[in-house]
Design a protein around this ligand. Structure first.
Ligand code: HXC
Length: 303
């Protein structure tokens, strides 16, 4: 079906920042998993819009390299900090370093994640614990640490948590991730209610398929699992890092100051398309067949 193949031409990605230069001037952002993939993409855009950004992960060499690349373009400070988000002590030290060098972050993006595709019967306890620890404990550790400091300083702030579109449905073969990300969404909504009195907002993005090397290595190492996937995406293409970054910038900026507790899906329409009972017919029914079906229905009504 030609329409199916070519429709992505209508939906070309725009990769430039959609916000004015200097939007985040004077702001400090703290981004976990900021060395690669979506985290690096969000760090890049925030930095290009004027923020000072701390990027945080276990791999300091990767962080240093990313920080150099970003700051050489944006001319704004990017601070690499080694941190294991699973450890509250490590998070405490990383946040203290960020405060010492850049200042107290009022923008926090919990992006660090762990995931791999595997039958659930093959998972060891350690495997479960590892994924839950990075995604759920990591988000809690960072949020509670920075949240308490913001509350003590009477500073408002915007938190953004990264989830995934499959929390809505659950997902076979990525069960620990689906469970942990669902909990992150609940955490987001709960603190949006509890900490609004301190000027803190919490929102969440559920990205669909954005092909970063990290995610691909963990979820489709042979390249076979994504085969045919494009046909399940109504907009005919995968997402781009910058598209997620633009939404992220909106959610941590004052443009979204009337938004909290929101979980926003950005998945090329995949979730709705997969769920709708008759959506698959757009591929399978010709105009002639529709005419024939209309006649059948009308004639049946008359009889
Ligand atoms: C079975 C596995 C495994 C695999 C690891 N394990 N990979 N078991 N199949 N493919 C097991 C290990 O054997 C070990 O258990 C336990 O998991 C912990 O693994 P370690 O390597 O010791 O731990 P660690 O170095 O901390 O690694 C954590 C991790 C890893 C979560 C397992 O994958 C990681 O750090 N990933 C970060 C990057 C990432 O995952 N990015 C993708 C996110 S994309 P035993 O019992 O043997 O000790 C994403 C979005 C999806 O989530 C959205 C799509 C729409």
């Amino acid at each position: 079906n030609e329409l199916w193949v070519t429709r992505s031409h209508y939906f070309k990605p725009v990769k430039t920042p959609m916000f004015p230069e200097g939007l985040f001037k004077g702001k400090v952002a703290f981004i976990t998993g900021g060395g690669t993939g979506l985290g690096a993409g969000m760090a890049t855009m925030l930095s290009s819009l004027g923020a000072k950004v701390a990027i945080v992960s276990r791999n300091i060499e990767v962080l240093k390299n990313t920080a150099d690349v970003i700051s050489s373009k944006s001319k704004n400070e990017v601070l690499p900090i080694r941190c294991n988000v699973c450890s509250s002590e490590s998070v405490r030290d990383a946040v203290s370093e960020c405060i010492d060098v850049l200042g107290l972050p009022t923008i926090v993006i919990n992006n660090a994640a762990g995931n791999f595709i595997s039958p659930t019967v093959k998972l060891t306890k350690h495997a479960w614990d590892s994924i839950m620890a990075v995604i759920l404990n990591g988000t809690i550790n960072v949020t509670v640490d920075i949240g308490k400091r913001l509350i003590a300083a009477r500073q408002g702030g915007a938190f953004l948590n990264m989830s995934t579109s499959y929390t809505l449905s659950g997902s076979a073969f990525t069960v620990p991730s689906a469970c942990a990300k669902s909990a992150v969404e609940s955490f987001t909504k709960s603190l949006a209610a509890e900490w609004c009195i301190y000027g803190l907002r919490f929102n969440c993005i559920q990205p669909g398929h954005v092909h970063t090397p990290g995610a691909t290595a963990q979820l489709d190492p042979t390249g076979r699992f994504m085969h045919g996937k494009l046909n399940k995406l109504p907009l005919g293409r995968y997402g781009e890092v910058e598209e997620v970054a633009n939404l992220a910038c909106y959610l941590v900026s004052d443009y979204s100051s009337w938004m909290t507790g929101s979980i926003i899906r950005l998945d090329g329409g995949e979730f709705n398309f997969a769920a709708g009972s008759f959506n698959h017919l757009i591929e399978n029914v010709s105009d002639e067949e529709w005419a024939m079906i209309a006649n059948l229905i009308k004639n049946k009504r008359k009889s």
